[in-house]
Design a protein around this ligand. Sequence first.
Ligand code: ZN
Ligand code: MN
Length: 478
Amino acid sequence: MSELKPTIGLEIHIHLLTGTKAFCGCKAHFGDAPNSNVCPVCMGYPGALPALNERGIFLGYKTAKALGCALEKNSIFERKSYYYPDMPKNYQISQFAQPLGTNGIFEFESSGARKKVRIHECHFEEDAGKMIHAGDMTLLDYNRAGYPLLEIVTEPDLHTGEEAEDFIQSLRRLVRHLGVCDGNMEEGSLRCDANVSLAPEGAPLGVKVEIKNLNSSRFVRKALGYEIERQNKAIAQGKTIIQETRLWNENRDVTESMRKKESSHDYRFFPEPDLPPFRPDAAFMARVDAEQVELPLARRDRYARAHGLSAEQAEFVSEERDVAEYFEKAIALGADAKTAAAWLSGDVKAQLNRSGGKLSECPLSAERLASLLKLLASGRIHAKIAKQALQAVFDEDADPEAVIKAKGWELLGAGPELDAMVAEAFAADAKSVAAVLGGNDKAMLALIGAVMKKSSGRAEPGALRASVEAKLASLRGK
Ligand code: ZN
Ligand code: MN
């Protein structure tokens, strides 16, 4: 039998950062007291009418645009009817016939290679509440019911669990850069359903199985890996794969059957009678355009190219938008890009890990990093002092310039202060002076060492040597 090729498609739900729910004014916020953010609309009371959250639909269009989708001029909302205890209306307002974006493409990187995944569509919809199973009872929290979601549906263009994991990580980075979603998978802000089927290369796609509600990219990889193996074994044993929905059991590392899969006609989609179509005008579309950002992958490539950064460094400074903006600001202020990237991904990161803070809020502002790196580049401090100064900036919330002045860490270059120290060392060690003058060059090291010690290591080695040699020359000339 020929090798079976897995084909994977993903549906990713992202919580849009609107502050309020999709069709009512309730707060959309994770972690509040259960059932504290509810009203007749999101609780599905009879006669309550939905009103579209324009910010939500805007963030949806903005994301669809970044994913290269064609944007719908006449977005239609539909009711998707099904019963579930966490959905008080017994239907979900979603989009079916004319979602806000279709036919996009997203480029990402997996195992060092560029991959393109086609985006089938992006649609706006509301989230359901949350069921909390506790022993033999189930608790219901409707705070999440009506939370605005964008569902991003890919074409089946992925083939391994690793690829799917990398895709989700890249998409997460994108939505965070766009500022449309916080990407907190552990809080359910970004959730993934994955479907997978097996078929011989070139043959029509096999029967697909959907794995629902994966809330970490690692689970996506592990669940797909497990499911591909399970289907391979079943097919090898002559069993048929049935179209079904399965759940990932993270305690047992297996997928388990949940229900036989419905098809879309089971949901009785029909136009939502209480919401008119959304028709974005030119001003709305202009705002969507104006809020586009450089895609994270493009930004990373640009950094690597323009500044000669290593792959890891370019990755690090482009991973989060606030870090990228900080990095660009430090360069604009005169910091060397390569050194800045090395420091950010090295010592600065270590400091932040220790203090647990964010770069944008830490005592080392972009101005301070630029100032510190310029002190280093100009030779006013050496590398070891620069690291001490970094520590002091974090500890004391002070400017690098002030720190090195206050602590006397500035290198001692050529000048009267250094010459005076050299004269003092000559006076204190007549024996070494006589030895050098008698032809023993090595004795000079004792003189240099004495000044270095006297200056607490701040004497700039080149300047020190020059001063010692000048002093010797003047003695020889006498
Ligand atoms: Zn509400
Ligand atoms: Mn959905």
